[in-house]
Write a protein that binds this ligand. Structure first.
Ligand code: CMC
Length: 435
């Protein structure tokens, strides 16, 4: 651990009188962290923090969030500045390598990504093994895991060059895999990548083009997608990134670790929320029904939650949601669809929820997923592909975190402890003697 130690914290067990001096580690910004590594040795107890609400599982230099102030920085750069002035490929370089690239570095990096966009043909045939109604996330997760059976030349996790080629390969191939999953589900032929297009434009080409007619790329759609990719690229130790780190900490091959991340992202409490938001807005249907659904969201006996609302870290506006909301206005206007009923409903829902005591007192604000689906559907992305789009972007963050972890000489396997509440020791009873 390299975080500076300036103070210590003394913890005393009042029953035994034993105490432990725990160092307080400080980072560059944000709350300090109590280093409890010696706690079990000194006092014989573990810490208990289900859901990791108060636990820093690692040190990291990649992304910083101040949830109370609604601040998000990638390698120190505010998300608002990156969203306005950068591109997804530049942000990918920044997250992976720590600094903004020069023009030459960016050109070389982009070239490396383009070089790897195609999939091994045998791997492409895997899709035919899925039923037509398989969810694209299921196909993406399986095909990413299967990459470890194909790309043996990048499996030595201790070899920096292998790790670099893996990074380029996975970032380059995720769009190809994602688009193939979509094409399989709609029964259309796979479309090969076009390396003359930029990253987001190539995604749209592979998702929407068909072999029988030329595909006319919409620059508004590719700009919007590039911006959404920037906003989704990383978010420090979220559930899927922590999953990638935990799986990767065992020394598992990186494709397996990223596939674990894809699976974790799919849950509706995480990246699956963008799909769930659209389903919820359609279910609500009109502004008149908002009170009924808000009441359901507040009712603890109902499983209904206001999707796209609330966040473990943000107790204020998610800065990404603010950017996407503004972007919805612009994109819909540029597409000539300003009177989008789902967007109108989302705006009204936000307005009403933000005045409601339940949401105000719990500091529940719209998160990144609340408005992203409006843009995805406006540019024609089918709902089942929303979380896949998120996965394409977040792959960059997963890879950056995996690289950071693997290149740390102090890396250890991730292995949480528990508070056991099961039966105490008992003896085995022959089946005939059981009641
Ligand atoms: N609707 C209704 N009540 C909510 C909601 C919601 N969306 N979110 C939190 N609450 C309530 C919750 O019931 C609890 O109430 P109480 O104090 O009375 O028990 C309180 O607010 C605190 O919630 P929590 O469940 O302890 O918060 P958490 O940090 O464990 O969960 C969350 C965070 C994002 C999973 C949750 O807010 C949620 O389920 N939101 C809806 C799903 C969603 O939009 N997820 C996307 C998250 S952002 C993008 C990403 O991570 O990929």
């Amino acid at each position: 651990m390299t975080g500076k130690t300036e103070t210590t914290f003394e913890l005393t067990d009042s029953a035994s009188g034993r105490s432990s001096q725990l160092p307080v580690r400080t980072g560059t910004i944000g709350p300090a962290a109590l280093d409890i590594a010696a706690l079990h040795k000194d006092l014989g107890v573990f810490t208990y923090d289900p859901g990791f609400g108060a636990t820093a599982a690692t040190e990291s230099r990649i992304t910083y969030i101040d949830g109370d102030a609604g601040v998000l920085l990638y390698r120190g750069y505010p998300i608002e500045q990156l969203a306005e002035r950068s591109s997804f490929m530049e942000v990918a370089y920044l997250l992976l390598l720590g600094e903004l690239p020069t023009s030459r570095q960016l050109e070389e990096f982009t070239g490396n990504i383009r070089y790897h966009t195609m999939l091994n043909e045998t791997l492409l045939r895997f899709f035919n093994g899925f039923h037509h109604n398989a969810h694209p996330m299921a196909m993406v997760s399986a095909v990413v895991a299967s990459m470890s059976a194909f790309y043996h030349d990048t499996m030595d996790i201790h070899n920096p060059r292998h790790r670099e080629i893996f990074s380029h390969r996975i970032i380059a191939k995720l769009p190809t895999i994602a688009a193939a999953a979509h094409k399989h589900s709609v029964g259309q032929p796979f479309i090969y990548p076009r390396n003359d297009l930029d990253y987001a434009a190539n995604v749209l080409h592979m998702v929407f083009a068909v072999p029988c007619e030329p595909y006319k790329l919409d620059p508004i759609a590719s700009e919007a997608l590039d911006l959404l990719f920037i906003l989704h690229a990383d978010h420090e130790q979220n559930a899927s990134t922590s999953t990638v780190r935990l799986a990767g900490s065992t020394g598992a091959n990186p494709y397996a670790a990223i596939s674990a991340g894809v699976s974790a992202l799919w849950g509706p409490a995480h990246g699956g929320a963008n799909e769930a938001v659209l389903a919820m807005l359609e279910q609500i249907g009109s502004a008149d029904n908002i009170p009924k659904y808000l009441a359901m969201a507040k009712d603890k006996s109902s499983h209904f939650r206001l999707m796209g609302f609330g966040h473990r870290v943000y107790k204020n506006f998610d800065p990404r949601a603010k950017i996407i909301r503004a972007m919805c206005h612009k994109v819909l206007a540029r597409l000539g669809r300003s009177d989008n009923p789902l967007f109108e409903l989302a705006l009204r829902l936000e307005e009403i929820a933000l005045k409601d005591e339940y949401f105000v007192s719990r500091k529940l604000y719209p998160n990144v997923d609340f408005y992203s689906g409006v843009i995805y559907s406006a540019i024609g992305i089918p709902r089942s592909m929303f979380t896949v789009m998120f996965a394409i972007a977040r792959t960059v963050g997963w890879v950056a975190h995996w690289q950071e972890m693997i290149s740390d000489p102090l890396m250890r396997i991730g292995r949480p402890r528990q508070l056991y509440t099961g039966p105490t020791r008992r003896d085995y009873l022959e089946i005939a003697k059981r009641a």
